[in-house]
Design a protein around this ligand. Sequence first.
Ligand code: FEO
Length: 194
Amino acid sequence: MKLNVCLHKQGCMFGVSVLILCLIIAVILGLLAGPGNPLTWFLIAALLIIPYMHKKLSARHYVEWKNEYSVGIDSIDHQHKKLLNLINQLQTAVDYSTGEEFERDALNELVNYTKTHFSYEEDLLKQNNYPDFAPHKKQHENMVKHVAEVLAEYEKDRDTAMSNAANYLKDWLVNHINGTDKKYSHFLIEKGVR
Ligand code: FEO
C-alpha cells in the first residue's frame, strides 16, 4: 500500500511532466514547419491551460479561511487561521512527495499547535464560566485522541496515515470552528472578551 501510494504520487508528477515535454516538442516542431497550422495553436493553448487546470484541481484539496468562520474574537480567529494553514501544509505532504522529514514536521507542528490552541480556548472558557465548557472540552479531547491514533498509524503506513489525517482534520476543524466554537462567540463577547 505504502509503495503504491508513493508510486502513484510520483507517477502523476512524472506523467504531467512527460505530457508537458511532449507538447513543447510538438509545438516547436509545429512552429518550425510553419505557424499556419491550427493544430500547433491548439497545442499551445493546451500547454497554457495545463498549469491553470493543475492549480485548480490542487486547490480543491485545500481549506480556505472564510469570514463566516470568525468567532468575533481576534486572538482565536488568528489561531484558527493558523490551524487551517497547518492543515494545508499537511495536505501538501499528501499531494506531493515531500519526504518523511517534511511530513513529520507538518504533523508535529499541527499536533502541537492544536494542543496550544485548545488549551488557550479552554482557559478562556473556564475563566468566564462558560456553561457548555465540559462538552466543549470533551470534543477537544476526542480529537486529540484520534490524532494520537493517526500518529501511531503513521509509524506503520505513512501515506495512508497522512491522507487519513488531512481528511479527518479538515472536516473536524472546519465543523468545530464553524459550529461548536461559534456557540461561545456571543457569550464571551458579552463578557468583554475581544
Ligand atoms: Fe477552536 Fe474549540 O477549538
